[in-house]
Design a binder for this molecule. Structure first.
Ligand code: SF4
Ligand code: MG
Length: 287
């Protein structure tokens, strides 16, 4: 059994009280519960406070550029499907600059566990409003209140055809560990959107605010296998639903590719050309 300490690279340097501490702890515990070893994991990040994960979590890692964690992760997963590929990103990183990558990774059902630390603000660049900030939210870039509607990443993932969609909260560690654990076990794309307060720049969406404004779907007999029910709970609940919102079993992109080339499993020990794989990926993805 691997020990949680094996996944410690450095102690985090986020602001005291930042929600991301709980997410890092939850990820370390979830990989241990899934019996994963550091050398079996590639953690991919973009830019933002949440993307400091690659500095603190011990495994293979790739710290990319803003909004582009997913394409790097997709490349890694398709080149070697045996690896456990995890993406840690923020709400700006994912739902603004990385939006198209998010939608297409979700609809292709590529086997990546994606943790989005959603704090409704750009923390690293000192407090601009983000795509998930509420309408009317006051920030350095919206001194009179944000005029746009917010984006709901969970609703978008459901519309795009994602097969594991959960929302956690940094103030509920036990549930967060379970949700990440489930995402790691899931064979397709898994989104875990985490309400993770930025205690320095977001004075509205605090731990207390989330406690009052969330609804744990595990307490109301929600059926996560029913897509219509999942839409209904997201669209009709007056509070933000947390817990496992939706899960289904479908072929992954990796499996579909393997089937397209005659059912042969991808052999990570030979070159992509020998696998007749690279040209096929290019053909399918238009890249
Ligand atoms: Fe966390 Fe906000 Fe500090 Fe960044 S600025 S480390 S998100 S509390
Ligand atoms: Mg953010």
């Amino acid at each position: 059994m691997v020990d949680e300490k094996e996944f410690i690279l450095k102690n985090p340097v986020w602001c005291p009280g930042c929600g991301h501490y709980a997410v890092l702890t939850a990820l370390r515990r979830a990989v241990v519960k899934n019996n994963l070893k550091p050398e079996e994991i590639v953690l991919v990040t973009g830019i933002g406070c949440s993307s400091r994960f690659t500095d603190f979590f011990r495994s293979y890692g790739f710290h990319g550029i803003h909004g582009r964690a997913l394409p790097a992760a997709v490349g890694i997963k398709l080149a070697n499907p045996k690896l456990k590929v995890i993406v840690a990103s923020g709400d700006g990183d994912t739902y603004a600059i990385g939006m198209s990558h998010f939608i297409h990774t979700a609809r292709r059902n590529i086997g990546i566990t994606h943790i989005v630390m959603n704090n409704q603000i750009y923390g690293l660049t000192k407090g601009q409003y983000s795509p998930t900030s509420a309408r009317g939210f006051i920030s350095s870039t919206s001194p009179k209140g944000k005029i746009e509607k917010p984006i709901d990443g969970v609703l978008l993932a459901l519309s795009a055809g994602a097969t594991y969609i959960a929302r956690g909260f940094s103030g509920n560690l036990d549930q967060l560990i379970r949700l990440i654990e489930g995402g790691l076990r899931h064979k397709g794309y898994a989104l875990i959107d985490v309400l993770s307060p930025c205690v320095t720049f977001n004075k509205l969406n605090t731990y207390e605010w989330f406690r009052k404004n969330t609804l744990d779907v595990e307490q109301i007999n929600h059926s996560p296998s029913n897509r219509l029910e999942a839409f209904k709970i997201i669209l009709t609940s007056s509070k933000i639903p947390i817990g496992l919102i939706y899960q289904s079993t479908e072929d992954t992109f990796e499996e579909l590719i393997a089937n397209s080339i005659g059912g042969a499993p991808i052999d990570a020990n030979i070159s992509l050309e020998e696998n007749n794989y690279e040209s096929l990926i290019r053909e399918i993805t238009n890249i």
